[in-house]
Design a protein around this ligand. Structure first.
Ligand code: BG6
Length: 489
C-alpha cells in the first residue's frame, strides 16, 4: 500500500462556513490536542470574506470553545492550533484572488498539500482548475471533496470531470462522513475480525436486512439546499448506500483503498434497478406535516420552508443485491427527518430454525435470531438469541429472546466520543483513501438513485404526508409487511 507523505499544509475552502465551524475546526483541535497533526503542518483558511489572520484565529477559537466540551479544553492545544493558522480570501471565480491564494500556498508549503473543498459543489471544478493553472495542483497535492458531488449522475460526472482535469483519481478524497464514524468502522471489524459471522452472512441464513437512519431534526435552516435535494439525494445516495455496501460486500483482500473500494463497487453494481415499473411497490416517499417530537410541537416541512413543496423528507426502499451471496434477501432502507428518535442502526434478521423440536408454548415463543448494530446515538451491538425462560413449566420448556449486549460506551468508557472528521482528516492528511469514496462508487450510486427519482416523476408519485414524530407514512410499514417482515422499532 503506497501512502503519500503527510501533508505539510491543509488548505480549507469554505473555512468560515457552517461545516467548518461545527465539525472541521473542532476536529483539527482534537487532533492537535492528541499530537496527531504532523509537526509543522500549517492550516490555511480561505473563503470569500476578507479577514485577517487574527480574525480567522478568533473565529477558530470561538468554534472550539463552542463545540468542544469544557472538560476537554486545553489551552496549550488551542495555542498550538492557532499557531498553525493563516488566512487568505479567495473566490474560484476571481482569478486574481486565486493567484494570491496560490502564492500563499507556495509560501506556506514545505512538502505535500491537502486541499479541502467545503463549499458549494459547483465551485469544486473551477477552484481545482484555478489551482492547477497557478501551478499548485501537481504531484504532492491532493484534494478532499465534500458531499454532495452533484445532484444526479449527469451533474456528478460534470463535477468529477472538471476536478479530474486538475487532480488524478488517486489524489481525490471524496468524503462520506459516515465512513469516519467509529461505529461504521466497527461494522468492518465485526464482519472481518470474527470467524463466527462470515459463515452465516448470506442468503441461506439471513432473512432480511434493515438499515435505518432516523433524525429528529427538521431542515435546520438549510431549506434551499434541502428542498433541491430531499432525503434520497441528501442521505440515501451516500450514507445509506455506503452502509449497505459495508454490510453486503465480499471480504476485501486487505484493508486498503483499492481492495475495499473494489468490493463496494461490486455491491453497487449488483443493486437491482428500481424504475418506473417498480417504484410503487418497492419505494415510499414521505413529507412531514406538523406534529410533536419528544412532546414538543414542531411545524410541518412546508411551513418550515415557507412554501409548498414536493420534496421528500422521508424515503423507504426495498432493495435487492442481485448476486450469489444475497439473492432473494430484501434490504429495507429508510431515512427521514422529524422521526421519533435519532437512531442509526443496521439489523440483520436470520432465518428461522429449520425445524422446532419444542412443541406447545415454546413453538409459539420461537423467534428468529437477530444481530443489531446500533451506530447512533450510542454504539452497541446486540445478538438476539433464544434461551430457556427460567422456571419449572410442566407443559414443556418456555423460551424467551435474550440479548447478548456489547455496549461500547461502557466497554471503552475512557475513550471520548470523536467527530467523524477527526478520522477523515487524519487519513487524508496522511494520504490514506480507504475511508473515502471513489468516483465509480459515487456515479454508480447516482445512477441507481436517479432511476428511482425518474420513476417517481414518471409514475406521478408525490410524497405521502406523515406527522412529525412518527416513522414515516403508513405505506412504509406495508412495504415490509407485504413480504412478511416488520421494521424493528
Ligand atoms: C448530512 C446531511 O450529510 O448528514 C444532513 O446533509 C444530515 O441532512 C446529516 O442531518 C446527518 O449526519 P449525522 O452524523 O448527524 O448522522
Amino acid at each position: 500500500m503506497t501512502h503519500a507523505a503527510p501533508a505539510s499544509l491543509l488548505t480549507i475552502f469554505g473555512a468560515t462556513g457552517d461545516l467548518a465551524r461545527r465539525m472541521l475546526l473542532p476536529s483539527l483541535y482534537s487532533l492537535q490536542a492528541e499530537h496527531l497533526l504532523p509537526p509543522g503542518m500549517r492550516i490555511l483558511g480561505t473563503a470569500r470574506s476578507t479577514l485577517d489572520r487574527d480574525a480567522f484565529a478568533n473565529m477558530v477559537a470561538a468554534s472550539v470553545a463552542e463545540r468542544i466540551p469544557g472538560a476537554e479544553h486545553n489551552e496549550a492545544a488551542l495555542r498550538g492550533l492557532l499557531e498553525r493558522l493563516d488566512y487568505q480570501a479567495a473566490s474560484a471565480d476571481d482569478d486574481a484572488s486565486m493567484a494570491a491564494l496560490a502564492a500563499k500556498v507556495e509560501a506556506l508549503r514545505n512538502g505535500d498539500v491537502l486541499y479541502h473543498m467545503s463549499t458549494a459543489p459547483r465551485f469544486y471544478g473551477p477552484a481545482c482548475q484555478a489551482l492547477a493553472a497557478h501551478g499548485v495542483a501537481g504531484a504532492g497535492t491532493r484534494v478532499m471533496l465534500e458531499k454532495p458531488i452533484g445532484k444526479d449522475l449527469a451533474s456528478s460526472i460534470a463535477i468529477n470531470d472538471s476536478v479530474a482535469m486538475a487532480f488524478d483519481e488517486e489524489r481525490i478524497y471524496r468524503t462520506d462522513h459516515y465512513l469516519g464514524k467509529e461505529g461504521v468502522q466497527n461494522l468492518i471489524a465485526l464482519r472481518f475480525g470474527n470467524v463466527m459471522f462470515e459463515p452465516l452472512w448470506n442468503a441461506r441464513h439471513i432473512e432480511q436486512v434493515q438499515i435505518t437512519v432516523g433524525e429528529t431534526v427538521g431542515v435546520e435552516g438549510r431549506g434551499d439546499y434541502y428542498d433541491e435535494s430531499g432525503a434520497m439525494r441528501d442521505m440515501l445516495q451516500n450514507h445509506l448506500l455506503q452502509l449497505l455496501c459495508l454490510v453486503a460486500m465480499e471480504p476485501p483482500a486487505r484493508f486498503d483503498p483499492s481492495a475495499v473500494r473494489n468490493e463496494k463497487i461490486k455491491v453497487l453494481r449488483s443493486l437491482r434497478p428500481i424504475g418506473r415499473e417498480q417504484v410503487a411497490s418497492e419505494s415510499v416517499a414521505g413529507q412531514y406535516t406538523a406534529g410533536a417530537i419528544d412532546g414538543v410541537a414542531v411545524p410541518g416541512y412546508a411551513d418550515e420552508l415557507g412554501r409548498a413543496s414536493r420534496t421528500e423528507t422521508f424515503v423507504a426502499l426495498r432493495a435487492h443485491v442481485d448476486n450469489w451471496r444475497w439473492s432473494g434477501v430484501p434490504f429495507y432502507l429508510r431515512t427521514g427527518k422529524r422521526l421519533p428518535s435519532r437512531s442509526t442502526e443496521i439489523y440483520i434478521q436470520f432465518r428461522k430454525v429449520p425445524y422446532s423440536i419444542f412443541g406447545g408454548h415454546a413453538a409459539a415463543d420461537m423467534q428468529p435470531n437477530g444481530l443489531l448494530i446500533k451506530l447512533q446515538p450510542e454504539e452497541r451491538i446486540e445478538l438476539h438469541l433464544m434461551a430457556k425462560t427460567p422456571g419449572l413449566d410442566r407443559h414443556g420448556l418456555r423460551l424467551s429472546q435474550v440479548g447478548l449486549d456489547l455496549d461500547f460506551h461502557e466497554e471503552f468508557a475512557n475513550q471520548r466520543k470523536r467527530i467523524a472528521y477527526e478520522r477523515l482528516y487524519l487519513d487524508a492528511i496522511e494520504g490514506n483513501g480507504t475511508l473515502f469514496v471513489r468516483r465509480d462508487e459515487t456515479e454508480a450510486a447516482w445512477q441507481w438513485v436517479d432511476a428511482i427519482a425518474d420513476g417517481w416523476r414518471n409514475a406521478g408519485i408525490v410524497p405521502k404526508p406523515y406527522p412529525a414524530g412518527t416513522w414515516g407514512p403508513a405505506a412504509a410499514l406495508s412495504l415490509a409487511e407485504r413480504h412478511g417482515h416488520s421494521w424493528r422499532e
